[in-house]
Design a protein around this ligand. Sequence first.
Ligand code: NDP
Ligand SMILES: O=C(O)C1=N[C@H](C(=O)O)C[C@H](O)C1
Length: 268
Amino acid sequence: MTLKIAIAGVAGRMGQSLVRACSTLTDCEIVGGTERPGSGALDQDIGVLAGLPPSDIKVSLSPAEAARHADIWIDFTAPVPTLASMTALDTTGVKAVIIGTTGFNEAEDEALQEFSKRFSIVKAGNFSLGVAMLSALVEQAAARLGDDWDIEVLETHHRRKVDAPSGTALMLGEAAAKGRNAPLDDLKTPPYDGITGEREAGKIGFSVRRAGGVIGDHEVMFGSDEELISLRHTALDRNVFAKGAIRAGQWAIQQPVGFYTIRDVLDL
Ligand SMILES: NC(=O)C1=CN([C@@H]2O[C@H](COP(=O)(O)OP(=O)(O)OC[C@H]3O[C@@H](n4cnc5c(N)ncnc54)[C@H](OP(=O)(O)O)[C@@H]3O)[C@@H](O)[C@H]2O)C=CC1
Ligand SMILES: O=C(O)C1=N[C@H](C(=O)O)C[C@H](O)C1
């Protein structure tokens, strides 16, 4: 079956990667895409915008119009437009929504949960297979190593990234917290700055760097008094996120409505 996909923020870095990734697959088709009011990409051909042959599909302002023929909606934009699109999709035939957007606050996350009564939703801070595997390994290491082992999550991204810590860093922090049978909110250290006092045992710390064009680099460090273990993932191409999101869409369309993670998709 050919999966019909509409893409929010189709002219963005991930939007463009998704269009190109889909063009290399035989079982998916882009049927629409949106951009925000005032965007220079509005009404442009989605294929041409991504450096591909014309597709006869124009970038639209309206999620409902872009999704008119879509089975799934893929969204890598920002929290406010992601939530606005989901409201607009209610009257369409869209069955599944794949959310790659990061930086949601608690209230926005709760609002997303509500939409899972209507759609099959997969939300992940990172859609790469490598990070899903890393997250499973981090959970296992955190569970096996006692809380005399400090856990630090380090991330580096390009200078245009607007949220911190990254969605992936938080996903890895959550995996570590799960390994320690506690919610991340209970274990997360405030950002280190000034006279912090000694590090508290059992806590999970985060360090953030922004430089140049780094696509995404994440490391989880486990440290005892006598040794260090580092588990690390480096994304070399945004295509890895795009392929993972499309794969999640192929999986999600076959699931009942509900809220799922990338580890559900990959059975990890
Ligand atoms: N989960 C994962 O695997 C990954 C997640 N991400 C996340 O995805 C998000 C987007 O990242 P990236 O592609 O690099 O960012 P970009 O800024 O390149 O892309 C976002 C696009 O969305 C557009 N947009 C903004 N508002 C609206 C709106 N109301 N309607 C339609 N489009 C809109 C932006 O337009 P404009 O530029 O004009 O504002 C832009 O074209 C971020 O939250 C990032 O952290 C990124 C990579 C992988
Ligand atoms: O903004 C990005 O670029 C990325 N965002 C995601 C995140 O917040 O973790 C995933 C990836 O690392 C790239």
